[in-house]
Design a binder for this molecule. Structure first.
Ligand SMILES: Cc1ncc(COP(=O)(O)O)c(C=O)c1O
Length: 460
């Protein structure tokens, strides 16, 4: 038996994986006949698997996470230095990287002033739900407890966040779910509910108001929304949508929770997705790109007004946020996050995202001219999607097996792209691209070249 992490016998690793590991979001039957993929190494935009095959990664670690690319020694060194100094202390105390990272983060988020650390996007969102429920008890006799969420949005994998999930294939068979989560319609213009109208954004926002009036505004505490919907089909908001959503929240005293787990930390060309739309959130949650996957960290960020509510009555032993996340006290997270943010600044990656995002959009539009199967291309910055349809007029989605055949073809040819997966029933048909923020035109040419060839082979 070899000891330590590293071994040259990667076949043994693949067998150990096949025998012992339960992969995320994966049907396992196939691994009885094909080898599970085991990733071994990464550098820049590329990863290598256990068979030594090299891939260009167009989805930043599969799930839009490794924003600054692989093999960043400055992050690894920052984490190592912090771990030998102090690896952990419970989050009831502060830490040097936690204090410094929250200060640097809040400089980028005017109007927000408190950071609560935990370690996954789901958990960060759950924190908001708990805060909203507690505010309902503190201010509204428990009545204003409902949380609105949107069709096609995703907020996590726990029972609470699945209760607020607008992707039914993620939630199916995991119920019953806790009550108090109410769905509002999506805002996807390509599959708009109101026909071909000029003021689609306004109508989509007004559809939220209809739900509020139906439920009773005095029962609704918050609404959670992705600035650009990710796994539900890369849905960019239509013009006029966000100002009206903001107006509705103010009018009915509803807290606005923006889930930046995917869009956060530069993916769309601003530090946060909501900053494109002039939104003033009460809560912002973030995870994936915060430390680019070099350590587990998530943040729930809120305003001083919300924070103040949790220390209004110091004589009441229940009048504070009675929540703990054990690993929210790990110091590796904020140490990695500080170094990650420094890289984004030093290398002007926000500018690169805007420039490369425009270039990528141009390439996708070119591909659309060539392949009828592409019904729509959407995106913001380096966060893009291509929806595949069998008929452009009826917009009938292609069978998901065909969309998966495109990703498999790209993979076989050394390019990793994504596709909406166990998301909205019948709509696992959008190819997803979210390359690292460091990508170049040559990388994007290669990615689009692989998709072009794959579409040709799968659809003829
Ligand atoms: C928008 C959004 N929110 C929340 C989550 C959940 O994050 P995590 O998997 O870290 O719990 C995800 C994960 O994909 C996400 O896309």
């Amino acid at each position: 038996m070899e000891s330590g992490f590293y071994t040259n016998d990667l076949e043994r690793i693949v067998e150990a994986d096949r025998k012992n590991v339960w992969h995320h979001l994966s049907p396992h039957k196939k691994y009885e006949t094909v080898d599970p993929m085991v990733m071994v190494e990464g550098k820049g935009m590329h990863v290598w698997d256990a068979k030594g095959k090299k891939y260009l990664d167009a989805v930043s670690g599969g799930v839009w996470t490794v924003n600054v690319g692989y093999g960043r020694e400055e992050i690894a060194n920052a984490v190592r230095d912090q771990l030998v100094k102090l690896n952990y202390f419970a989050g009831s105390a502060g830490s040097i990287p936690g204090a410094l990272f929250s200060e640097k983060l809040l400089e980028k988020m005017p109007g927000l002033s408190r950071v609560y650390f935990s370690n996954s996007g789901s958990e960060a969102n759950e924190k908001v739900y708990k805060m909203v429920r507690q505010i309902a008890h503190k201010k509204y006799g428990g009545k204003k407890y409902k949380i609105l969420y949107r069709d096609r949005d995703y907020h996590g994998t726990t029972i609470g966040t699945l209760a607020s999930g607008g992707q039914d294939e993620r939630g199916a068979q995991y119920g019953p779910f806790p009550e108090g989560f109410v769905r509002v319609p999506h805002c996807m213009e390509y599959r708009g509910q109101f026909g071909d109208v000029a003021d689609y954004g306004l109508r989509a926002a007004n559809a939220i108001e209809e739900v509020i009036l139906r439920e009773g505004p005095d029962t609704i505490g918050a609404i959670v929304l992705e600035p650009v919907t990710a796994g539900g089909g890369v849905i960019t908001p239509p013009d006029g949508y966000w100002p009206r959503v903001q107006e509705i929240c103010t009018q009915y005293d509803i807290l606005l929770h923006i889930d930046e787990v995917v869009c956060g930390l530069g993916r769309t060309g601003t530090w946060f997705g909501y900053q494109h739309y002039g939104i003033k959130p009460d809560f912002v949650t973030m995870a994936k790109g915060v430390a680019s996957g070099y350590a587990a960290i998530s943040c729930t960020v809120t305003t001083e007004a919300v924070f103040e509510m949790f220390k209004a009555n110091p004589d009441d032993p229940l009048d504070y946020f009675r929540d703990i996340s054990t690993f929210g006290g790990c110091t590796a997270g904020p140490a990695a996050a500080l170094a990650n943010m420094q890289i984004i600044e030093d290398e002007n990656l926000l500018e690169n995202v805007t420039e490369m995002g425009d270039y990528l959009m141009g390439l996708m539009q070119g591909l659309m001219d060539k392949h009828d199967v592409i019904g729509d291309v959407r995106g913001k910055g380096l966060f893009c999607g291509m929806e595949l349809v069998s008929d452009r007029k009826t917009k009938e989605p292609v069978d998901e097996k065909l969309a998966q055949a495109v990703t498999a073809d790209c993979m076989a040819n050394g390019v990793i792209i994504g596709v909406t997966n166990r998301s909205v029933p019948g709509f696992n048909n959008t190819l997803c691209l979210s390359p690292a923020l460091i990508c170049t035109k040559a990388d994007l040419d290669e990615i689009i070249g692989a998709i072009d060839a794959a579409l040709g082979r799968v659809f003829g």
